[in-house]
Design a protein around this ligand. Structure first.
Ligand code: AMP
Length: 395
């Protein structure tokens, strides 16, 4: 029987999970526990094309994990018969410690905890998921896969902020990046699609979801990325500003009387597409722009302008581009954004075929014309499968 990996992504009020066969890439079950700690919880378990739902309160993560394990027993597939060889945990921040997956022991738990100041919204709930799952599934190895790992070995010139060195060192201020599991997965898949070894490819990966990030991958290795100390820097996102003059923070503190927490909330949760046009969902922005809403039209322009800037910057960093890949919710589904992101970049060899770009598909595909200098691709990301494969790679 083939082996499986249970992949867990534990957030502040949710647990997402998937049981995956890493060899075939098939998903045997997946689900979601939401609204943990709220008066009404919600649990969804999918297997064999069936969805089982529950709406009982889920007081805490331990209760949520127990519910998930019960559903595997009652609805299937029974974990006892699924040959689960590892539990793979998504962890956002691995700091300077991890450039790949690691088997979780008490020391690793301690380090993830110590890194929490760098990812206060993510590492603590990731850790809660790890603690609970280790208690409930003590006989299987647990593996942490870090969002930052692919960017751990960025060239120093790309990772270093031009900040006072002592302050930077004392407080661990540097570019860590994020979405690394997705960037790595897409870059590998893209290399296999163009049929050339990654070693000779200059790739730009655009992960455009609710969070959005760009990376430059040269010879299979990340050489730059748009997210920084935290996932706030870089591209325009659903609710985050991306790049902004840090002096905006001082200006608002001094002149608008806003506290640091209020500015943090503004930049992370009330900006980006939502701040510009009222909605964080790209489909709403298109709908509004189509109805003549000027703010939504401008939001689309700001979004595309930032993308073109990053593509150009990464072409300069690598001395050209061979492959440009779009992934995640917007990148995989939005032909208009893809077209506007590359408009005017023919001078770099970047061109798309309108028919290919607009064709609907869930598959990885080329959207550049045959014979184009740069292969432009849509590559659906699969972070869960990447986590499962990285977990088994350690065993
Ligand atoms: P993700 O974070 O990768 O799950 O992406 C979620 C985002 O993808 C949503 O907030 C939408 O903005 C966007 N999205 C999903 N489907 C579409 C679509 N068909 N067209 C444009 N944007 C989409």
């Amino acid at each position: 029987m083939s082996s499986t990996v249970l992949v867990i992504n534990s957030g502040s009020s949710s647990i997402k999970y998937q049981l995956i066969d890493p060899a075939s890439g098939s998903s045997l079950a997946s689900g979601l526990v939401e609204r943990i700690g709220e008066p009404a919880g919600h649990v969804e378990h999918r297997t064999d094309g069936r969805v089982t739902e529950q709406n009982d309160p889920v007081p805490d993560h331990a209760d949520g994990m127990r519910t998930v394990l019960d559903l595997f027993e009652k609805v299937g597939p029974a974990l006892g018969d699924a040959n689960v060889v590892a539990v793979g945990h998504r962890v956002v921040q691995g700091g300077k410690y991890y450039d790949g997956p690691v088997l979780i022991d008490d020391e690793v738990v301690g380090l993830i905890d110590r890194l929490s100041p760098l990812a206060p919204l993510h590492n603590p709930p990731n850790l809660t998921g790890i603690r609970v799952a280790r208690e409930l599934l003590p006989d299987v190895p647990h593996v942490a896969v870090f969002d930052t790992a692919f960017f751990r070995n960025l060239p120093e010139a790309a990772a270093t902020y031009a900040l006072d060195r002592e302050v930077a060192e004392q407080y661990n201020v540097r570019r860590y990046g994020a979405h690394g599991t997705s960037h790595q997965y897409v870059a590998l898949k893209a290399a296999s699609m163009v049929g050339r070894p990654s070693a000779e490819l200059r790739q730009v990966v655009l992960h455009l979801g609710n969070g959005a990030s760009a990376s430059a991958v040269y010879g299979g290795r990340a050489v730059d990325t748009s997210m920084g100390l935290t996932p706030l820097e870089g591209l325009v996102m659903g609710t985050r500003t991306g790049d902004i003059d840090p002096a905006v923070v001082f200006h608002l503190a001094r002149n608008a009387g806003m506290s640091i927490d209020e500015i943090d909330d503004l930049l992370n949760k009330r900006s980006g597409l939502k701040g510009l046009a009222g909605y964080n969902d790209m489909r709403e922005i298109h709908r509004l722009a189509g109805d003549g809403d000027a703010a939504a039209a401008l939001a689309l322009e700001v979004y595309a302008h930032r993308l073109r800037k990053y593509i150009g910057a990464y072409a300069a960093v690598m001395g050209g581009i061979d492959v440009l890949s779009f992934t995640a919710g917007v990148g995989e589904n939005d032909p208009e954004v893809r077209a506007s992101a590359v408009a005017g970049l023919e001078f770099l060899g970047v061109e798309i075929d309108a028919g290919r770009n607009e064709a609907r598909s869930k598959e990885s595909r080329f959207i550049s014309p045959d014979g184009a200098r740069v292969a432009v691709l849509v590559v659906p990301t699969n972070e869960e499968l990447a986590i499962a494969r990285q977990a088994v790679s350690l065993l």
